[in-house]
Write a protein that binds this ligand. Structure first.
Ligand code: PDD
Length: 299
């Protein structure tokens, strides 16, 4: 497995981080996860834009221009074997004497990119849907930053796993839905897709955007607004989205069936639309993961 680490490509065993790296000491850094289908990065431009938003949010200058990132990611894709991969980008504030405040003068950031094989959900899971629990969203107020300090998300996901579930659905202030521990959540009621707004309380998902675009272009009614806890519990359907899980139906919530306990009509519409969209975008791609028309552009 070849990784990118601070300016060079190397076997993963050779990539070593000093113990005083601020990522290790403080969780002081941000990350991205980009799916790659048939060796082409999906929505690279949007992922790089969100990376910029995260870097701005922690006041860390971007170590690379968009074209440098594109080049690094393309090279990494080609240097790894799987056709479908997911790229994990990780940038920290670098190595410095331990002090909470930023190093002054600044030190070079640590830049790491990993490629992993991407396994999309198997057919059985698409047919059965997944079980989730609801938990209190006890995270900070900048969930729009894709920060590497993920301890709350780790603990929330672990609570789901210990309950035999695939994901924890987060409810803020005992009142409204934000997202999943590592996914976005949609509610379906009377044929309308309800999506929480992209504010500081959730990660602005790239898959979330694709789903809303697909709804818009295919005449599926949708509303972007606060979704109450009561609406989550009385949903006809619940959907989960992320770059690695794509779109999944949630068929059990806190041990009770969602709707009739089977993936519903909205999932049956959106899942094939998502798969077709992926294929269409790949056919239009002008370069392996290039940024030209039809690639990564919203449509
Ligand atoms: N997580 N919300 C949170 C908290 C997430 O961690 C993720 C993705 C999402 C979905 O975003 P997107 O559709 O852009 O993947 C929402 C990635 C997959 C991860 O941490 O591995």
């Amino acid at each position: 497995m070849t990784v990118y680490f601070n300016g060079a490509f190397m076997p993963i065993e050779e990539a070593k981080v000093p113990v005083l790296d601020r990522g290790f000491i403080f969780g002081d850094g941000v990350y991205e996860v980009i799916p790659v289908y048939s060796r082409r990065a999906f929505r690279m431009a949007e992922h790089l834009k969100r990376l910029q938003h995260s870097l701005d949010g922690i006041k860390l200058p971007n170590p690379h221009s968009e074209s440098e990132w594109t080049d690094i990611l393309d090279q990494l894709i080609q240097r790894n074997a799987p056709e479908d991969q997911y790229l994990y980008l990780h940038i920290t504030r670098g190595v410095a004497k331990r002090d909470h405040a930023f190093p002054n003068p600044p030190v070079p950031p640590t830049v790491f990119v990993l490629s992993n094989p991407l396994t999309t959900p198997p057919a059985e899971l698409l047919q059965s849907g997944v079980a989730c629990i609801t938990v209190a969203d006890n995270r900070w107020l900048r969930c729009d930053i894709k920060a590497i300090s993920l301890l709350p998300n780790v603990l929330l996901r672990q609570a789901a796993v210990e309950a035999g579930c695939a994901e924890a659905i987060l409810i803020r202030d005992d009142a409204f839905l934000t997202e999943g521990a590592a996914s976005n959540i949609f509610v379906v009621k009377n044929g309308t897709l309800l999506a929480p707004p992209k504010d500081n309380l959730m990660l602005p998902g790239i898959t979330y955007d694709v789903i809303l675009e697909l709804a818009a272009t295919n005449g599926i009614p949708y509303q972007v607004r606060r979704v109450t806890k009561a609406e989550v519990f009385s949903a006809d359907e619940l959907l989960l989205t992320s770059s690695t899980r794509e779109v999944l139906a949630i068929t059990t919530l806190d041990g009770k069936p969602v709707g009739n306990g089977k993936p519903g009509a909205m999932f049956a519409k959106l899942h094939p639309l998502y798969q077709n969209f992926k294929r269409d975008v790949m056919r239009q791609a002008p370069s392996p993961s290039g940024g030209g028309p039809g690639w990564g552009n919203t449509r």
